[in-house]
Ligand binder design. Structure first.
Ligand SMILES: *[C@@H]1O[C@H](CO)[C@@H](O)[C@H](O)[C@H]1NC(C)=O
Ligand SMILES: *[C@@H]1O[C@H](CO)[C@@H](O)[C@H](O)[C@H]1NC(C)=O
Ligand SMILES: *[C@@H]1O[C@H](CO)[C@@H](O)[C@H](O)[C@H]1NC(C)=O
Length: 389
């Protein structure tokens, strides 16, 4: 039964009070607390909200809570009563999500034997406090931190089960250190200045929209930070600096997904990743926007990507350097190259770009395809996208 219904039933029938007091899922937001009705916010202030939450938590016996969500959108900050999580409550909790509040755990905490997911959004908590909390959450599998700006260094203890870490726009974070042996997926948005020390991390996804030298960062720093990396996904929409050719290698990298855009970006420079990854099996490139360049067609001979089985270029376009990179792959690997242009809704400019891409594929790519390689060029179909080009 949803929290609100359970509370209402408990108001009218004494028999339900006990079951309400042990309700396993508490979800506090303006709607469940009745502060928003028919889409309009009632004229109650933050203190009313806080009082209501306090009152409910006070009456709840704290037994058997499995899920606790607290989402505040009021301006005044709510100080989450940590005492609520002592003892039995903390023990049974498996999911904790807090937003827009102060949360200040202490080192006197109990342990969260069953807590598998923790999500903090716009929460005021310091690195030390979070450290205390994490070190008593042995079962944690997922940790999501969004806009938690008071954390300067995120230190993750040796949590055996932690496999997923997400850090979104936590502007204060300078460093992320993890000792979790099973951490397999790390997703970081924003903040490239962050220093990583991830023992054993095997898969990483980094999205960045605030750096103009993102591939340079990934190519230069990640091989030493994460020598065991097997899968890497990066995304940067406004890349200004080309990827450098450096000697370090991604010895175990099997999967690489790069989504990139930038007016002056040279896509051929991404070959640096291929050259550095002798075990690479799958390479996926998503082309963002670019600037047409009419200089001579370049080649990069002398490399062989023997393991590469699948290369996929999404939004293949007429950028010369994309064609150059594709030719580089074709000449140095035995793989199938698919140019995808699915019949989705396409804006006219995208359609024009797709047709230019098609022309580029025919001009530059087709003559270079070795006989053993399968080239699949998927173009916008004539029926859905018949425009006078
Ligand atoms: C590590 O993670 C994998 C999947 O991500 C899981 O199958 C395995 O059981 C985990 N190991 C431990 C010790 O939790
Ligand atoms: C790009 O980043 C790499 C690695 O952090 C650095 O070595 C290089 O100097 C940077 N290039 C520019 C032009 O900022
Ligand atoms: C390429 O596209 C064809 C046709 O859609 C598909 O059968 C094939 O599996 C694709 N290959 C790769 C490597 O994605």
């Amino acid at each position: 039964m949803p929290m609100r219904d359970a509370a209402q039933v408990a108001c009218v029938a004494q028999a339900f009070v006990r079951s309400w007091r042990c309700h396993p899922s508490l979800d506090f937001n303006e709607e469940t607390l009745g502060l928003i009705q028919n889409g309009c916010r009632k004229d109650e202030n933050a203190r009313d909200f806080n009082n209501k939450v306090d009152h409910i938590l006070d009456k709840h016996l704290g037994i058997g809570i499995k899920e606790l969500r607290l989402i505040l959108t009021t301006d005044e900050k709510y100080n989450f009563p940590i005492s609520l999580l002592y003892g039995q409550t903390g023990d049974s909790l498996w999911y904790l999500s807090l937003a827009c509040c102060h949360f200040h755990p202490t080192d006197q905490f109990g342990c969260f034997r069953n807590l598998t997911k923790l999500k903090l959004t716009l929460v005021h908590i310091t690195a030390t406090e979070l450290g205390w909390f994490l070190s008593s959450s042995f079962a944690l599998e997922q940790l999501k931190l969004r806009y938690c700006n008071d954390i300067d260094c995120l230190k993750i203890p040796c949590l055996q089960k932690l496999s997923y870490l997400e850090v979104v726009c936590c502007t204060g974070i300078q460093a992320i250190e993890s000792k979790a042996p099973n951490l397999s997926s790390v997703s970081v948005v924003g903040g490239l200045h962050v220093q990583f020390s991830l023992e054993n991390a095997r898969r990483i996804k980094i999205l960045n929209r605030h750096s103009s030298n993102f591939t340079g960062y990934a190519r230069t720093n990640l091989p030493s930070i994460m020598p065991n990396l097997e899968a890497l996904s990066i995304r940067s929409d406004v890349e200004l600096v080309n990827t450098p050719m450096v000697p370090s290698k991604f010895l175990h990298l099997k999967f690489l997904n790069i989504a990139i855009g930038g007016l002056t970006f040279d896509f051929l420079s991404l070959a640096s990743f291929l050259v550095a990854s002798p075990s690479l099996e799958t390479f996926i490139l998503e082309v963002g926007y670019f600037f047409e360049d009419s200089s001579n067609f370049r080649m990069m001979p002398g490399h062989h990507h023997s393991k590469l089985k699948c290369a996929k270029i999404i939004k293949f376009s007429a950028a010369k350097s994309v064609a150059e990179l594709t030719c580089h792959i074709l000449e140095s690997a035995t793989c199938s190259v698919n140019k995808t242009g699915k019949c989705l809704f396409m804006l006219k400019y995208a359609l024009v770009a797709a047709h230019e891409g098609l022309l580029a594929a025919k001009t530059y790519i087709k003559p270079k395809v070795p006989s053993k390689v399968e080239l699949n060029v998927l173009e916008p179909c004539i029926r859905c996208h018949a425009v006078g080009l």
